[in-house]
Design a protein around this ligand. Structure first.
Ligand SMILES: [Zn+2]
Length: 90
């Protein structure tokens, strides 16, 4: 896994130009027990990752961005919340 190298002052889009970060969704902290998908961004720790779906097939895809800091992630999990994750490699 690539270590996070961004700065530690979080502002909107502050990590948008940071390199891709590979993470395991299963290791991230969930917002609540009610959603298996929403997790806190490990880069800025206050933004949220929703897990994206392919707009046509609605399958989960492995690429995501933090809604707040813009950090770009790829999930290494085979499944998230019991659903298979389609690999989207940049
Ligand atoms: Zn973030």
């Amino acid at each position: 896994m690539m270590p996070y190298r961004g700065n530690h002052v979080s502002t909107v889009d502050c990590n948008r130009d940071e390199p891709l970060c590979r993470v395991r969704h299963a290791d991230l902290r969930r917002l609540s027990d009610e959603s298996v998908f929403k997790v806190y961004c490990p880069a800025c720790t206050e933004g949220v990752l929703l897990v994206k779906r392919d707009p046509e097939t609605l399958d989960l895809i492995s690429e995501d961005r933090c809604l707040f800091c813009g950090q770009w992630f790829v999930y290494e999990d085979e499944t998230i919340g019991g659903e298979p994750v389609t690999r989207v490699e940049p």
